[in-house]
Ligand binder design. Structure first.
Ligand SMILES: CC(C)(COP(=O)(O)OP(=O)(O)OC[C@H]1O[C@@H](n2cnc3c(N)ncnc32)[C@H](O)[C@@H]1OP(=O)(O)O)[C@@H](O)C(=O)NCCC(=O)NCCS
Length: 198
């Protein structure tokens, strides 16, 4: 079970593990960004079921699925998934983060990324990777500020709003990183032979 986090604060927001009741708010945040923002344009009619399912799968794998909570309202969410399914990659995660469009630039993204990094490190993961649109200055800067470094730029892998877009891969070490072998997993880690597909 992932413990609640309260990261402090340029604002009265707390970051905590998501609950099933938070899913509709997460869908609303996600839908806005994929239909109107740099993540889109895209319509996902299955977002509700997908987010519900992913949330349950990730919790089963001891991967954090967090929300930012402002007076009981979900104003952002962030989660980590396995980087790759094969067991060799079981200590590496990739992540996603979304802040409600009415609440950007208030420090919420930073709170959530810090909480996600802490939660993944505490769960024994050693590397964390984000794929970011090359034009998404806010996300690139946020990740840079949170200790991620650009490790690759994949040119012209996306096509959005009538033009080709790059994807930037940003990575940071968690905990001891590659300076020591991984701890033996204490709980259920990703990448076991019997894992269902993500
Ligand atoms: C990217 C996103 C998560 C940032 O969240 P946020 O809550 O607005 O960011 P914060 O206010 O916590 O800012 C933290 C740092 O990020 C950087 N940053 C955030 N917005 C920025 C912007 N518009 N331009 C440049 N840097 C920015 C700054 O370094 C900032 O630190 P500072 O305020 O001390 O300068 C948010 O804009 C978002 O949800 N965007 C749409 C979805 C998305 O693109 N998700 C990421 C997919 S990879």
């Amino acid at each position: 079970m992932i413990e609640p986090f309260v990261h402090s604060v340029r604002n009265p927001v707390s970051v905590r593990p998501s609950t099933e009741e938070d899913v509709p708010d997460m869908v609303a945040i996600y839908t806005f960004h994929i239909t109107r923002g740099l993540e889109g344009p895209y319509v996902d009619p299955h977002a509700l079921e997908e987010i519900k399912k992913r949330r349950k799968t990730m919790l089963k794998r001891r991967l954090p699925h967090l929300v930012a909570d402002l007076d009981g309202k979900v104003v952002g969410y962030a989660f980590a998934v396995p980087f790759r399914k094969r067991p060799a990659y079981r200590y590496t995660v990739k992540h996603s983060i979304y802040v409600h469009h009415d609440h950007i630039n208030m420090g919420i993204g930073r709170m959530m990324i810090d909480a996600l990094v802490d939660a993944c490190a505490a769960a024994g993961y050693r590397q964390m990777i984000g794929y970011i649109d090359g034009a998404n200055v806010a996300s690139l800067q946020l990740h840079e500020a949170a200790g991620f470094r650009q490790v690759a730029r994949l040119p012209s892998v996306g096509f959005k709003y009538g033009k080709w877009t790059d994807s930037v891969m940003m990575q940071r070490a968690l905990g001891l990183g590659d300076s020591a072998p991984p701890d033996e997993p204490t709980g259920r880690m990703i990448g076991r032979e019997d894992d269902p597909p993500v």
